[in-house]
Ligand binder design. Sequence first.
Ligand code: MLT
Length: 272
Amino acid sequence: MHYIESGAGTPLVLLHAFPVDARMWDPLRVRLEEQVRVITPDQRGLGESALDGSWARGMLDERSASLIVDRPGVDVAAADVVELLDRLELPRVVLGGCSMGGYVASAVLRAAPQRVAGLLLVDTKAPADTEGQQANRLGVATRAEKEGTSGWLAESMLSNLLGASTRQRRPQVVEELRALIEAQPADGVAWAQRAMASRPDSLAALRAFEGPAMVVVGSEDTITPPEAAREMVDALPNGELVELPGVGHLPSLEAPDALARVLLPWLASIDV
Ligand code: MLT
């Protein structure tokens, strides 16, 4: 699994949103790395991580690898994260995820809660998809496989991913995000949509997590709005909520200074 790592201190693994890759965390990483060891993997099929899990050759035979390609699921993405922790010899980490990354972080909580010393959920939500949302995802997956993702995917998502304030005032962020979306392989985009469509509700996993948890949401997030964040905080026994004003769905790109300001003291308080 491809990952970017920098810094030293509390190990923090950050899982990226859809349809981008680990580079969405770069503006935040440079603001944390003096105090934090920041590890940001590319999810299977996105960024530089191969869809067939070829980084794990030797652990998986070809048949098992092709079965995984044919069985998209957040549990598979979570197993990739746990395998990375094993490879880095990290028994416990602070685990964070933005949106799709939050769905995968919740799947890690279900599969291996003992590996999670602290939980960071950024602009994500707990409920499973409705049938309508699933159908929409399967439509996007099929279109990506047929047509590729050039042009239409970024065009259809940009206005939802970024807050209105960012879109109006920071055209360079819009263009950076467009380039990140354009860089994603179509088969990985399709796999990720199918994986998200089949994910279960994660409220029970959040209720069972007794460690420190922070839920961050942009006030202008229309994909996973502040109500979705409140539902997760209410479920978490040790959760705290931070709402970032004037920010949309991707605070690490839109407001990395504000995000780093809330994260640094919280991370320093966690005993990994
Ligand atoms: C994301 O940002 O990861 C996606 O918008 C999440 C989703 O499609 O549910």
